[in-house]
Design a protein around this ligand. Structure first.
Ligand SMILES: O=C(O)c1ccccc1NCC(=O)[C@H](O)[C@H](O)COP(=O)(O)O
Length: 211
């Protein structure tokens, strides 16, 4: 089964809908570089409203350690996700499981960085360029997704209901991640797009015989 993470949640109702539709995880963006940035209070409201067994992921991009520590202490996310130039040691300093985003904008050359994060729980390959923020709807060449890594790989960047089936068939990811492809505006999820996206992922899994 392909896991689904819906990122950039800013409203309780959107996170609840994603959970009801079958999302496995939601993302909360804390970096100031995002148009989907949430406050600690907003994030707490979302986390407390979610049913059990839906993971919460807190996103940062070259932020101060104090912000990460504050979010861990107050929001208590299941996982951290780092989108900037953070090193493996920097990401691991919090003693919290983390995902590292790898900017795939430069294509195959970016694959060299995949081996730099041995302590990451998973690697998220995203379509944006090095140093750029995520959440911009940029896809990359899915055939570059490696098959020989020990860590689970999350496919991100420019996914939507119309292309996610093809993306899964080509990239064979552990999970898919979507933000702008299920929105009507940054941080505002569109119920129809969210429903169609999750249904497309599940239909692809079923069509390929994945239990
Ligand atoms: O979403 C943001 O605003 C954001 C800002 C800065 C760093 C990361 C950010 N998002 C990271 C994500 O995990 C997105 O879901 C991912 O980039 C895919 O976005 P999209 O291409 O819009 O589906």
């Amino acid at each position: 089964m392909t896991r689904i993470k819906c990122c950039g949640m800013t409203r309780v109702e959107d996170a609840l809908l994603a959970a009801q539709l079958g999302a496995d995880a939601i993302g909360l963006v804390f970096t100031a570089r995002s148009r989907r940035r949430v406050s600690v209070a907003q994030a707490q409201a979302i986390v407390h409203a979610l049913p059990p067994f839906v993971s919460t992921v807190a996103l940062f991009m070259d932020d101060a350690p104090a912000l990460v520590e504050e979010v861990i202490a107050t929001v208590v996310p299941d996982l951290l996700q780092f989108h900037g130039g953070e090193s493996d040691a920097w990401c691991a300093q919090f003693g919290h499981r983390y995902l590292k985003a790898i900017a795939m904008g430069e294509g195959a050359a970016a694959l060299a960085r995949l081996r730099d994060y041995p302590r990451a729980a998973a690697l998220l390959l995203d379509g944006h360029g090095l140093g750029e923020a995520g959440g911009g709807g940029k896809a990359f060449d899915w055939s570059l997704m490696p098959r020989n890594l020990v860590q689970p790989l999350v496919l991100a960047g420019g996914l939507h209901a119309g292309n996610v089936a093809e993306a899964i068939r080509v990239a064979r990811p552990w999970a898919v991640d979507v933000a702008s492809g299920v929105e009507s505006a940054p941080g505002i999820k569109d119920a129809g797009k969210l429903r169609d996206f999750i249904a497309a992922v599940r239909a692809t899994d079923e069509g390929e015989g994945t239990p």
